[in-house]
Write a protein that binds this ligand. Structure first.
Ligand SMILES: Cc1cc2nc3c(=O)[nH]c(=O)nc-3n(C[C@H](O)[C@H](O)[C@H](O)COP(=O)(O)OP(=O)(O)OC[C@H]3O[C@@H](n4cnc5c(N)ncnc54)[C@H](O)[C@@H]3O)c2cc1C
Length: 317
């Protein structure tokens, strides 16, 4: 079932989670261990992130540098198939522009379609560590909107090559990302919203937000979207703060603010166990307020661990 159907058919706020593939070499069991404790809350869908190839340089004998490609977290498509098979829950693979040519994206979408996956979250991806800005593949997509357009075209049976005989249309529900605190590259919010609106006009059916810790930012963002005539559901993305370090790392990585009140709570904590408790309490308050405001779904960035999410979900669902 499509995410948009889940939203349209639901009478209340849905629960969903986002997981990331395990580090290469680790088994799929860790994925199941992260999902099993949350099954009692009936996740409507499970997102699985995509992690592109990176390059590292290794010094070899004789002093020369060898360029080596590594993918730390492969397995997105297989995890989606395994999740659907084991839990009968809809999986939402993330598909990205970075590292893919148009044709490779097409082939990946065919794989997803054949596996019976009805949903994708179409995003650009970040630049790899060795590149200062995002560089698309030659014949790849530069922005998420180009990816949205490709999926929309395939949903109409239009593939990259127009010499196919009676090409079958795919049927993907397309989600995209949105940034209550603005995407870090956007010159201003108006510009960011203009591009978000283009993604909607190109076929996106719902938006999932970047994590935020201040609901005011989400509510203002929704207001601005509605004023800009972006009228599709906007799913809030929630992360539960779990270590003291995250109070400085998350703003750096995700270009978001930690509210002063939460920061003061975290600074009072002596151990990370105490921080986790403070993070859970904060997220419970955020979740209650969002549910009261009738948001379509609470989407938890679990990052592979279920303990804190379970504590929050048990208080609000
Ligand atoms: C819910 C969510 C899930 C994510 N999952 C993943 C994941 O699985 N894997 C991963 O690698 N990353 C993931 N990310 C991170 C994401 O890839 C980065 O935030 C990335 O920098 C932007 O992706 P986007 O799809 O929002 O980009 P875009 O929508 O392409 O926007 C990128 C920037 O370009 C601007 N822009 C857009 N279109 C145009 C245009 N036509 N002309 C000029 N400027 C334009 C926008 O304003 C924005 O500043 C996720 C982010 C979110 C919020």
């Amino acid at each position: 079932m499509k995410v948009i159907e889940h939203i349209n058919q639901s009478k209340g706020t849905l629960f969903s989670i986002e997981i990331l593939p395990p580090l290469k070499g680790k088994g799929i069991q860790s994925i199941y261990e992260g999902i099993d404790p949350l099954m009692e809350f009936n996740p409507a869908f499970i997102d699985v992130t995509y992690h592109r190839e990176e390059y590292i340089y290794k010094k070899r004998d004789g002093g020369y540098l060898e360029k080596i490609s590594i993918r730390k977290r492969p397995g997105t498509v297989a995890i989606c198939a395994a999740v659907m098979n084991k839990y009968k829950i809809d999986a939402v693979p993330h598909i990205i522009c970075g590292g893919f040519t148009v044709e490779e994206t097409e082939n990946a979408l065919i794989d997803l379609h054949f596996l019976g996956i009805d949903n994708v979250l179409a995003i650009r991806g970040d630049s790899i560590k060795t590149e200062p800005t995002f560089v698309p593949e030659p014949n790849g997509h530069h922005y998420a909107i180009d990816l949205v357009k490709q999926v929309t075209r395939m949903n109409k049976g239009k593939y990259a090559h127009d010499d196919l005989i009676e090409p079958a249309p795919t049927s993907f529900c397309i989600g995209v990302s949105g940034y209550p605190e603005k995407h870090f590259e956007a010159p201003n919010m108006t510009s960011d919203l203009k591009h978000l609106k283009s993604k909607v006009e190109a076929g996106a059916e719902y938006i999932v937000t970047q994590m935020f810790f201040d609901n005011k930012k989400y509510f203002e963002f929704v207001e601005k979207c509605r004023a800009a005539e972006i009228n599709i559901p906007i799913i809030p993305g929630l992360k539960i703060l779990s270590t003291k370090k995250q109070a400085t790392v998350l703003p750096k990585l995700f270009h978001i603010d930690i509210p002063q009140e939460l920061l003061e709570e975290v600074e009072k904590c002596k151990t990370d166990t105490e921080v986790r408790q403070a993070g859970v309490e904060w997220c419970i308050q955020q979740s209650k307020e969002l549910i009261k405001a009738k948001v379509p779904c609470l989407h938890f960035y679990t990052m592979g661990t279920s303990e804190s999410t379970k504590k929050v979900a048990s208080k609000v669902f």
